[in-house]
Write a protein that binds this ligand. Structure first.
Ligand SMILES: [Zn+2]
Length: 155
């Protein structure tokens, strides 16, 4: 199999751990939820769907830093209990082959392109966005709710 020209970047462990700590203090913007249906709550740290019965922290994450027109902070989940950070950067995460939109950003955090997977191979969509030399990174988001799922960088 050919090596992809991109790296999948899961949420850093420091951010997941900080969210878990804040949630335990009872902060209003970091709530703990017990998942009740499958494929409803993607953990951005292990890049898997949380299983029904597992607990997750729901909190706001700044995927695109403030101070730019495309600044964006939005809700994401991580498992409450420690989980292993996604460790296969060369492989597209199997749980998220459907239902994603890919947004291409330039190095100034401007959105310059976007494509919905819609039955295509996500790897091919990402590769095509990176064909544009101005694409600095690609963010995968939920096509329905818009929530940030993970980042993809050039290898
Ligand atoms: Zn997890």
């Amino acid at each position: 199999m050919k090596t992809p020209s991109f790296h999948v970047v899961p949420l850093p462990t420091e951010i997941a751990d900080a969210a878990r700590r804040v949630a335990r203090t009872g902060a209003a913007d970091h709530i703990i939820i017990t998942v009740d249906s499958p494929e409803s709550s993607p953990c951005r740290h292990c890049l898997r769907w949380a299983e029904p019965g597992e607990r997750v922290v729901l909190f706001p994450y700044t995927a695109i830093p403030s101070g730019q027109p495309y600044s964006e902070t939005g809700p994401i989940f991580v498992h409450v209990d420690e989980c292993q950070r996604y460790g296969s950067p060369n492989e597209y995460p199997a749980d998220f082959r459907n239902g994603r939109v890919f947004r291409a950003y330039d190095s100034n955090y401007n959105i310059i392109d976007a494509q919905v997977v819609d039955g295509a191979e996500p790897e091919a969509v990402i590769e095509s966005l990176f064909q544009n030399p101005d694409t600095a990174f690609v963010d995968a988001r939920s096509v329905t709710r818009g929530c940030f799922t993970f980042r993809v960088q050039r290898a």
